[in-house]
Write a protein that binds this ligand. Structure first.
Ligand code: ZN
Ligand code: ZN
Length: 125
């Protein structure tokens, strides 16, 4: 699977036994439903080094789902807790793209809250 931002081939990483795909260039992560649920129940998540979040200008740029064909633009979901965190969610496969740094920001606000934002969105209508 290729990074939705850089188009680099992503590599599987297994933080806390959860399967994710990581882009070697922008260090963003791709996560899917089952893995997101597992993360939700993980308390001590030690993901990656702190990275500065991408500029607002980069974050708000539209990205297409790396999984779905034909390519479909993902929806932007802004966390209610931390407005610097803007997640990209695919309405079709419910995969979630986290830019480099977002995972850490999510840890700091608490995964459950962050994921509640996402799931409220994907289960809406
Ligand atoms: Zn990338
Ligand atoms: Zn998708």
């Amino acid at each position: 699977m290729n990074c939705p931002r850089c188009d680099k081939v992503m590599t599987p990483v297994h933080p806390e036994g959860v399967e994710a795909q990581q882009c070697p260039q922008c260090e963003g992560h791709w996560l899917e439903g089952e893995d997101l649920r597992r993360l939700e129940s993980t308390v001590n998540v030690r993901f990656l080094e702190w990275r500065k979040l991408p500029a607002e200008e980069v974050q708000t740029r539209e990205v297409a789902c790396p999984r779905c064909r034909p390519r479909a633009a993902m929806k932007k979901v802004r966390s209610e807790r931390d407005r610097h965190v803007l997640l990209d969610v695919c309405e079709r496969c419910h995969g979630v793209w986290l830019d480099g740094g977002e995972l850490r920001a999510i840890q700091e606000m608490g995964f459950v809250t962050a994921l509640a934002d996402v799931f409220r969105f994907v289960t809406k209508d």
